[in-house]
Design a binder for this molecule. Sequence first.
Ligand SMILES: [Zn+2]
Length: 1035
Amino acid sequence: MLIFCSGVQSSATSLLNIATKELPSSEELMLQVHALLAKVGPKDRKFGVKARLSGALNVTMTFIKQNLQNPKVLLPCLQVLRVYCTNSVNAVSLGKNGAVELLFKIVAPYSKKISSLPKVALDALGSVLKSKTNARRAVDGGFVLVLLSLYVDWHRNDTRHRHMLIRKGLLVCLRNVINIKLGRKAFLDADGMKILYNTSTECLPVRTLDPLVNTSSLIMRKCFPKNRLPLPTIRSSFNYQLPHVPAAGPVAQLYSLSPGVDDVVDESDDNDETEADTDTENEENEKDDGNTNDDIETDLNKLHPQRKLTGSFEELRFYERFFLELSGDLHVLQVQNIMGSPLIKERVSCAGPIIVPTAQPPQHVSPPPAPLTALDLDSIHLTEDQNQGSSEGLDQDLGRVSLEEGGASIRHILGEICAHCGSEGAEDEPGEGAVLEVPDTALLLPLHDPDLYVEMVKGTKSVPQYAEVAYPDYFGHVAPTFREPLLERVYGVQRSKIFQDIERLIHPNDIVDKVVYDLDVPTCPVIENNGESLRFNSQFESGNLRKAVQVRKHEYDLILNSDINTNHYHQWFYFEVSNMRVGTLYRFNIINCEKSNSQSNYGMQVLMYSVQEAIRGRPCWVRTGSDICYYKNHFARSSLSTGGVKGKSYFTLTFSASFSHKDDVCYFAYHYPYTYSTLKMHLRKLEALRTPQIYLRQDVLCETLGGNVCPLITITAMPGSSSTDNIYQLRNRPLIFLSARVHPGETNASWVMKGTMEFLMGSSLLAVSLREAFIFKIVPMLNPDGVINGNHRCSLSGEDLNRQWQSPHPELHPTIYHTKNLLQYLAHIQRAPLVFCDYHGHSRKKNVFMYGCSLKETVWQSNISASSTELQEDLGYRTLPKILSQIAPAFSLSSCSFVVERSKESTARVVVWREMGVQRSYTMESTLCGCDQGKYKSLQIGTRELEEMGAQFCVALLRLKRITGLFNHQHLVDMETEIMGSICTTTYVLEEDEPDFLEAVDYSAESNDDDIEPENEPGTDVPENTDQLEAGQTE
Ligand SMILES: [Zn+2]
């Protein structure tokens, strides 16, 4: 192969030499040489450079100019020209010599006699126009209009679609021209949107024309004028004044921004388009950067676990109180176990009357307390209730009544709702609704209790002072028994959605553009409603809808609120919809998503909860939504929210849904909601599972910024007796330290944690063994404030708490500060946990998997020179994931990674590994979507599977214990090596929570179009047609 290549190269060189000798009478020879060059050139990586150096570019150009009327000569010359242009320097140089104008002379309108000339000319032109100077030349020469007219001409006349490639070639030229701002402007001025929209619409029925539709769609998307999000500011609608503002970082920046600044858009619409006229030959040497990643930690000093105990032991002694089982005697434990947990005994301070939806007449509404925050939500309810004395919908009849009326009346009241529904609404169960009641889910949901839930809500403090309870959290969720397969992507769905978006521009008269919900307007959410619009609400725990705009009759743009004290992090959503029409398909677009891709493109549906269904005995969140897809939209994103990166756009998550019941109240969520109040309710119910054999303690670890308590749970077995042996065994049980929900949007982590805690409190033999084997320390919710206030990623401090573990601030990051101190205390008394695991949710991968920390694997990945053979490392970190992959169907070993990344140096996993010396320190990531392997392959994940995962995590610990208990250390290493088999199978994953998505947002998934470029930022050139382009010849 090598010899062949070098042969090709030398022949190309000699041919070029012949070509440049310019023998006057050698027209035939020139023709032959160009024919040969056209064949040889593409195979030679350096062909473009050689051609330029040998002066062949001008020779070819001159030859073309002399033979414009001679197709036989033109053909090979144009082919060679096309190859020249794969080198960007050549393209610029040829442009200066008039190549653009020359080629436009050859490209012609449709005619019956068609040679292969126009196609090759277009190919060459397409290559020439990749250069931005040439694109500008084309714009200045008015060629955008020419290209569009030519395209329409061919579109009209090529009725049998025999000349797809020519039509495609025209579009490729256009696409390259609109890479520059002037090109986009010229395109819009020439009415390009309408032209391409109309031609594409006509092409849609013919599937073979997909490449044309796709390229047109790409062009239209790039030219679609950037819009501004209809918001006054992208800062969260809610303000929480921090006790002090960090000195630097995004929060500091946010606070330093003067109030008058428009942060919604900036001058980032277009990149500056400076032409790269410089020679790019050295790009060819830059190609082998594919395998290195500068995020991998390469500093061995940082990689070596090193105990770093901040704070004196005297300070850490404070945490002794959380480890009674390590020091206290049996009597103390027994008394405590009988008296109940400190957390539970703590008086919950009631923030004010809590209002839950009931059917009571509105006059029972208690006056709300004086609001402390800017947004006066309680009085809004009052207004709403007064205005809607005679209302028609279920949700309107559900006045919001203070719970002080007493929880007992709720069931009765809901019975009335049912009567109402039966007579007016539900077509499936006429008249008999009256007998329906709130489902008694006590058997199905042993840890759920609506009354207790409301009781818990009273102690939950939210920044907006939420006074409502969302029905799903009140009724509870029973995992459905039916399977919920990953949604199969409908052919062309993204394209058709994008076309609908483009229609907004083309048919502006169809646009309603009516704001139906707006947190930023003081009267929100009372928006005048003629009954033709859906009604939205999101003012309850974990809700985060900011604005809803009715775009067309049955289509809504939705905007999510930013995390408090930030101006972004939109992904999680939870909101209520009512006033729907039965059987109508509504389209919902969440238009300010930020991630460049989503599992919504790969089978993940949203979740919906219907109150009418709940009343009918099916209280469950179900996967729903059709026509789901996720794509970059035309709303500009300010560089203030991107860390300074300009020219970014938001993404749209679109889905369509219809409703089965009239007068229903439905909820949509990104994933199964799990509020802080739900956690408190579950913890209460766990107390009921306590037996004399189970030691359960619930402590208040600390208070959050928002004034909510952060629970710390201890579960182990009571010692059998007060014998020295028994007490000794208790005190020496290894500790397992678990945490979850540092990221509020990852509700699945809470469901996994629920599974873990419920299993540990269970009566199974495995649970008994687990309690006897270990002491479990659990912080089930590391970020209560974030969860309560509907944040996706951050705490009230506006920061990602899982990036604060290196030096957590006691005031700004109390839960992390104290959890870390607990671990440091343990390390101090030589009782560092056997396993530390922080539960997370993963939005862009399937299955459940773990990230761990391995010095050796990191060194291998980073290719740093240190000889890895010198490094000693126990392979124990691999045992637990391996066991999990054997027993937990959702768990996938191949997705696990044990590489330590720099960007993760302040995460729980890395800090606990490095500073506390915990070898088995993990992040466990559960998919938000579903599985692509194992028993649950091609199914979406549900709460049952998540809870099962939590239980199986415990079972795996027991196996780990058996392995580690039987052997001494060296044996253990051998044993684990044996279990592991080959250990060189690490998949390096770029980012802990959102790795670069491998499945790009591609259009090619919908066609065989090989000419589609991956999604890229405007103004960025990407290589395409790699079969024609030589590697490394990127522009
Ligand atoms: Zn996470």
